[in-house]
Design a protein around this ligand. Structure first.
Ligand SMILES: [Zn+2]
Length: 298
């Protein structure tokens, strides 16, 4: 199923592939402005984890439907009472189970306190009802009291089997550093932010051609990479331009990256590119050789 959330495709693909490659984190922090689809994506992700169809999330199987309705026994949703109950108007969520083993824990306060945090913790410690993933989503996680956050730290430090905790927040800076550092951060952007990234600087046609070819080469085999550098003139020709195109591309990727881990990987590539550009500009290093080094490393 394609998610029709403009601008979040990268985040979605990233989460989906981490599930498919079994490299999921136990805890995520979805951060970004209010009302841009963080919660919706969190719910869709939980559907992926528990969907009974091959094409996950199908949105049609019993698990997908129950998750959407808030009737899924392995899913708990925690939030404060200050917001409307609709998930950004896309679908509504009902608490069907009075014993709060699943469904929604709604506090009437503006804070999410220690009692709710303990409920989340106990919930994740219980065996999965359906044998799949147990999931907790905490909306407006910045409203967790310090006591509640400290309680959750234990869960983050000793995650159990197939469990996942997703904190959703528009003010992640209000969370304890220890919480922040134990969650994999997924950043969400508003359309305005995305447009700014995409439009500055404007890519001209030539740069686009160079980049398209480069991206193909970067995905290719080592032999294809060396075939590419072999075609360059011995004096390097437009090698510096190639480096600069890649530098702009990765800078943009860094800004739009879906997670801190992803950003770290991009940073390493950018450091290498910056270093090689410096060398071919200010020393007599061979531009062609520099590009070969780059291709070997990234
Ligand atoms: Zn399904």
């Amino acid at each position: 199923m394609e998610i029709k959330l403009v601008g979040h495709q990268k985040q979605w693909d990233y989460l989906k592939s981490s599930f498919e490659s079994e490299q999921m984190a136990h805890a995520y922090l979805f951060c970004g402005e209010n009302q841009i689809g963080k919660k919706t994506l969190a719910i869709e992700f939980i559907k992926i984890l528990n969907c009974q169809d091959n094409n996950k999330p199908c949105g049609k199987c019993k698990n997908c439907i129950d998750i959407e309705k808030g009737n899924f026994l392995d899913f708990l949703f925690l939030r404060t009472g200050e917001e409307s109950i609709n998930f950004e108007g896309m679908f509504s969520y009902n608490s069907a189970l009075p014993d709060l083993k699943s469904g929604e824990v709604l506090t009437d306060k503006k804070e999410i306190g220690i009692d709710q945090a303990r409920k989340a913790q106990d919930f994740l410690n219980l065996r999965s009802y359906f044998g799949g993933y147990k999931a907790v989503v905490i909306d407006n996680a910045q409203n967790l009291t310090t006591e509640a956050q400290n309680c959750l730290l234990k869960t983050l430090e000793e995650p159990k089997g197939k469990t996942i905790l997703i904190l959703v927040s528009n003010q992640p800076e209000r969370l304890l550093v220890t919480i922040f550092s134990r969650c994999q951060t997924i950043k969400f952007f508003t359309n305005k932010e995305i447009n700014e990234f995409l439009n500055t600087p404007q890519r001209n046609k030539k740069e686009k051609e160079i980049l398209d070819e480069l991206l193909k080469v970067l995905d290719g085999t080592l032999a294809e990479k060396f075939a590419y550098t072999k075609n360059l003139k011995e004096d390097g020709g437009n090698t510096k331009e190639i480096f600069e195109v890649l530098q702009r591309y990765f800078r943009k990727e860094l800004l739009q990256g879906p997670s801190l881990q992803y950003s770290k990987a991009i940073s390493l590539k950018l450091n290498l590119i910056d270093d090689l550009i410096y060398k071919i500009t200010f020393t007599n290093a061979s531009p062609k050789l520099a590009l070969e080094i780059l291709f070997l490393e990234i």
